[in-house]
Design a protein around this ligand. Sequence first.
Ligand SMILES: Nc1ncnc2c1ncn2[C@@H]1O[C@H](COP(=O)(O)OP(=O)(O)O)[C@@H](O)[C@H]1O
Ligand SMILES: [Mg+2]
Length: 328
Amino acid sequence: MSTPKLLEVEDLRVTYRTAGGDLPAVRGVHLTVDKGQTLGVAGESGCGKTSVASAILRLLPPGARATGRVLLQGEDVLAMNWGRLRAVRWSAAAIVFQGAMHALNPVRTIGRQIVEPILLHERGVGARAARKRAAGLLEQVGVPSWRLRSYPHELSGGQRQRVMIAMALACAPDLIIADEPTTALDVMVQAQVLDLLRGLVRERGLGLVLISHDLAVLADVCDRVAVMYAGRVVEEGPGHRLFTDAVHPYARALAAAFPTIGDPASRLAPHGLPGDPPDPRGLPTGCPFHPRCAAAVERCRTEDVLLRPAAPDRSAACVHIGTEAVAP
Ligand SMILES: Nc1ncnc2c1ncn2[C@@H]1O[C@H](COP(=O)(O)OP(=O)(O)O)[C@@H](O)[C@H]1O
Ligand SMILES: [Mg+2]
């Protein structure tokens, strides 16, 4: 039998129960990540990126339901009992959430917050050893170890994000999921944090799922990128190719919205794309992108196309793909 992949997400669906009815936030997502590989997940706000990230480690809020399979080294996270899930969190996979200020506890020192998961998840590791490891982790992410005694508000935004990464590394997971880890940072610091993540993948052979609304950032860092729209992946392929010659009209629009890597304009929502993403509670018929798509034809109103091979090493979900070229 072949060794299982680090992460295989199969037909993941996430639905939130809301006052206005069920909200299908993720509608059948498939993703694969191997050790030493970085997978980017791109898409506008609301397309379901955070829901995917949260579902992978079963961190969805109450009232949310996830179905499908999330295989972490072959073992289905969605089917684990709580004991097993606790063991897997941190030590097999860890998440760096967006907005480090809110994710860190303001009344606890940095040291305590890095040491805590180590003591909790690794029996037999004493307080001294845990503190030593925490100091080493801080140094590794480029924060001086005397900062162990600091409180979150005493650090810059970039340092806080680095601390979050150090926390995620605390129990040496094989997989890290980073949800918009650089969105709140200025361009220079953003580049430094991305370099740090890239270095960790290279040196530790981690698998990394890097989530961002900014396709340019992902193209620069990721081996492969999946572009999401309305709860589904609409194109998946090699990172740089998705930025330079995407085939799905939405992926193209997203690439055009972030023209250069590190451009301050990449702080903004995609421009040049008319309209807003649809409300998941009332998706358009056919392809959910058709009301905003310059290449839409009559069939797009009725035909809901799933991901299919578009080129070697690439798949996309568009009626034009595999039939005729999409107009530039
Ligand atoms: N806790 C929640 N309750 C209800 N709806 C939610 C909740 N979290 C997210 N959603 C909805 O799910 C959809 C996807 O959200 P999210 O996964 O946060 O997208 P993204 O991270 O790509 O911005 C959005 O329509 C959002 O409004
Ligand atoms: Mg999000």
